[in-house]
Write a protein that binds this ligand. Structure first.
Ligand code: NAI
Ligand code: MG
Length: 358
């Protein structure tokens, strides 16, 4: 019998990154052994702050070419207390997202049974959203500059860039996701009242693309009002699309409303599939809990499930996510969710749950 094989790059990175990635790889290996129909062939890449301190570079010069030889990547986190965050972010994370054109960042959010939400009166399933973030341009395109440095009249600009191509492709992607979900509901987040160029183009393209999706119900929300709607009427939302900056912020809010930043997963996708997509938890390197063995691995396990689905192993993806949900709903969880199990123990519980279901 032929076993399907996929080449996966693992980039554990900094802080709790290695803790959550290693547990996730252990779970993935158990899952594939149990199912016996496919195999993930992992290669670990040492990209991160330790490498930067030794060599001056977060990733090697041919890093992108290396990545392109893989079917997908599993990334932990980057960032260290003694390196400015704009350096670590731009040299590693944004250095992959932009050049590989991983233009769609997808962040599923739901409240798992028995995981306390920040919101009062939230029933299981009330929060069930997919957040789609434009991941290649907008406010994070790196355009701008500083002049008259160090003087009181110093100028700094941070230019947002919105291209028709860039907006159209993310809108199409978001409408497709909305269409694939039972409620067929999309909310387009904007700020076209105050930002009268890029955000107006954003709105116009959304309306254009919507014509090709008559079966999808869509509405538009200003980003400020959107924060209120997420908190006050979570059930009124399903798929949400927004710019790089807006969804950066809203997705942290979404994760917190659903339970914890420790459960929020994200996929950096190249929907054209020319390049490997990269899967990473929303959270960062969490210095405050690094090395304590208490980091919540749910976000990374959920990423792994998204990764399996993306490469075509949908059955394995569903089994993994269900096992994670089942374990959480039994009240087995890390301290950020009010529990008392550690990262490794949680992983072991997930493997046991998988063994029981398969
Ligand atoms: P953070 O996400 O690392 O931590 C925020 C808070 O959430 C901390 O109290 C932390 O303990 C908690 N937390 C995060 N993940 C958790 C998990 N899995 N389980 C339990 N608790 C968890 O964000 P922060 O503190 O703003 O940034 C720390 C560093 O991480 C910075 O250098 C920052 O630039 C970097 N960062 C990197 C990201 C990435 O690699 N994608 C994303 C966000 C931040
Ligand atoms: Mg963020």
């Amino acid at each position: 019998k032929e076993i399907r094989t996929y080449k996966i790059a693992s980039i554990p990175g900094d802080g709790i990154g290695p803790e959550v990635v290693n547990v996730t790889i252990d779970v993935l290996k158990s899952l594939q052994d149990i199912l016996g129909t496919y195999k993930l062939d992992f290669t670990e890449l040492d990209w991160g702050t330790a490498r930067y301190k030794k060599t001056g570079k977060y990733m090697p010069a041919d890093g992108l070419d290396t990545l392109k030889t893989f079917d997908a990547g599993l990334f932990g986190a980057v960032g260290a207390p003694d390196v400015p965050d704009h350096i670590s972010l731009w040299e590693l994370l944004l250095a992959m997202r932009g050049p590989l054109q991983l233009y769609a960042n997808v962040r599923p959010v739901k409240n798992f049974p028995n995981v306390p939400s920040l919101l009062k009166d939230v029933q299981d399933g009330d929060i069930d959203w997919v957040l789609v973030r434009e991941n290649s341009e907008g406010e994070y395109c790196g355009q701008g500059g500083r002049t008259h440095r160090g003087t009181p009249w110093e100028i700094a600009t941070e230019v947002s860039v919105f291209t028709h191509v860039g907006v159209e492709r993310i809108m199409r992607f978001a409408f497709e996701i909305a269409r694939s979900r039972p409620r067929k509901l999309l909310t387009v987040v904007t700020k076209s009242n105050a930002m009268r160029h890029g955000m107006v183009l954003w709105d116009e393209v959304a309306a254009e693309v919507a014509k090709d999706f008559p079966d999808v119900k869509w509405d538009k929300m200003l980003v400020d009002a959107m924060t209120v709607r997420m908190a006050a009427k979570p059930k009124s939302l399903d798929t949400i699309v927004g710019t790089n900056l807006h969804m950066d912020i809203l997705s942290d809010l979404a994760a917190a409303l659903a339970g914890s930043i420790g459960i929020a997963a994200s996929s950096n996708l190249d929907p054209t599939r020319k390049n490997p997509s990269i899967f990473e938890p929303v959270h960062g390197s969490a210095f405050d809990i690094t090395g304590k063995g208490v980091a919540n691995p749910v976000a990374t396990l959920w990423c792994a499930s998204e990764m399996l689905a993306w490469i075509g192993e949908k059955e394995a993806a569903a089994i993994l996510l269900q096992a994670v949900e089942d374990i959480c709903s039994q009240g087995i969880c890390t301290p950020d969710l009010g529990g008392n199990v550690g990262t490794i123990e949680f992983g072991q519980a997930v493997v046991q749950a998988i063994e029981k279901t398969v």
